[in-house]
Design a protein around this ligand. Structure first.
Ligand SMILES: Nc1nc2c(ncn2[C@@H]2O[C@H](COP(=O)(O)OP(=O)(O)OP(=O)(O)O)[C@@H](O)[C@H]2O)c(=O)[nH]1
Ligand SMILES: [Mg+2]
Length: 365
């Protein structure tokens, strides 16, 4: 049996199997097998096409945000309201055919926004404008999911397409580590009670991925799907905001009714008539979780006028990279004052994590 047939037969079995206490571990294992086969299929396909997997969009600014939505929901209209860009707008599907970048300046931060072509169910498998386009989301800091007021229940389609290419919107990296070893079999050390997995099946899933010897430390009650994510190590955990656009088309009463039916938090906007666009800008800024740090060049005054905007939890290395690509090679250490250190002008290395309003001096060779 080739991979496509194997995939089909597992899909059938999954379809046939009822989910209950007796079958859940078996189903977990089947899904892990399916994930592995699909991945091999994908690798084969890419090899035969010889494709370059992602769009080369140059990242710029302090953070990158991508607009994700079905065709014609108003992504480009919103893009033009948020940034200096002029992305084409029209009432037909697939007006935007490639990734269009723009820059939003807000409270001193420069936020790059990427307008994408509309995605449709099956995009991750090559339908519509597909996977290459979607892959730019992997390196973004925030996703804006946009649905139209008339189709508020289409959000799962969007999330599903991203999940299919290894993006995990709004999830956190599971607190599980797998330390591979050269012998000793698989030792599982769970520090929390597991309700969704059992040791025997965990071992089988690991073996499926050719991990025969390892120490598994489990700090969170995860599912088999998440275990596969940990094994594959190439998942991207990206936060999101959900937007409902075109609210100008319905009455306040209808809007209320929609709200009562929808089970996720969203921001109501009208890109065309500029409703709630300022609120949205602020929410984007907050969600990106920036901090400001001040540079003090050696022997000079601190520059409080132009703080450096960096993501919370950034390190001295991130600061170096932001200033100049080569800087990290000549850096000896940094002197930091502020909340992230115990003493003023404390000497720290590149991995030191900074906090809001720290003052930094970089000492180079
Ligand atoms: N009434 C109303 N119409 C809107 C709004 N935002 C966008 N539109 C209209 O919706 C249509 C599609 O808008 P676009 O911005 O091109 O949509 P898109 O999501 O970029 O579409 P694709 O690039 O094809 O995926 C256009 O006719 C817009 O004028 C809105 O807030 N209210
Ligand atoms: Mg568009």
């Amino acid at each position: 049996m080739g991979n496509p047939e194997k995939i089909e037969s597992i899909e059938e079995e999954l379809h046939r199997t009822q989910v209950n206490k007796h079958t859940e571990h078996h189903i977990g294992l089947l899904k892990a097998k399916l994930a592995k086969l699909r991945r091999e299929e994908e690798a084969d396909k890419n090899r035969s096409v010889g494709s370059t997997l992602s769009y080369a969009v140059k990242r710029s600014g302090d953070a990158t945000v991508t607009l994700i939505g079905l065709p014609s929901v108003g992504k480009s209209t919103l893009m033009n309201k948020l940034t200096n860009a002029n992305s084409k707008i029209a009432s037909y599907y697939f007006t935007t055919l490639t990734v269009v970048p723009g820059m939003m300046e807000y409270k001193g931060a420069r936020i790059q926004i990427l307008d994408l072509p509309g995605i449709i169910g099956g995009a991750s498998k090559g339908r519509g404008l597909g996977k290459r386009v979607l892959s730019v989301v992997r390196s973004s800091d925030l996703i804006l999911f946009i649905v139209e007021v008339h189709q508020p229940d289409t959000l799962p389609i969007l999330i599903n397409e991203l999940k299919n290419i290894g993006i995990r919107p709004d999830e956190q990296q599971p607190k599980v580590t797998i330390e591979k070893a050269s012998m000793g079999g698989i030792a599982i050390n769970s520090l929390v009670p597991l309700t969704k997995m059992r040791n025997e099946t965990i071992t089988k899933v690991l073996q499926l991925y050719d991990i025969m010897n390892a120490r598994v430390i489990i700090n969170e009650d995860i599912s088999y799907d998440q275990l596969v994510d940990v094994i594959l190590q190439n998942r991207k955990y990206v936060p999101s905001l959900k937007l409902m656009n075109k609210i100008d088309l319905v009455s306040p009463q209808t809007l209320k009714e929609i709200k009562s039916k929808i089970n996720y938090d969203y921001i109501s906007i009208s890109a065309e008539t500029n409703l709630n666009i300022d609120i949205l800008k602020e929410k984007i800024y907050q969600k990106l979780d920036f901090i400001r740090v001040f540079m003090q060049p050696k022997g000079e005054e601190t520059d409080y006028e132009e703080p450096l905007i960096i993501k919370n939890n950034s390190s001295v290395l991130d600061v170096c990279n932001k200033i100049h690509r080569e800087l990290k090679y000549t850096l000896r250490y940094a002197l930091v004052s502020g909340k992230s250190v115990k003493y003023n002008r404390q000497k720290v290395g590149v991995t030191h994590r900074l906090m809001n309003e720290d003052v930094i001096t970089l000492i180079t060779k």
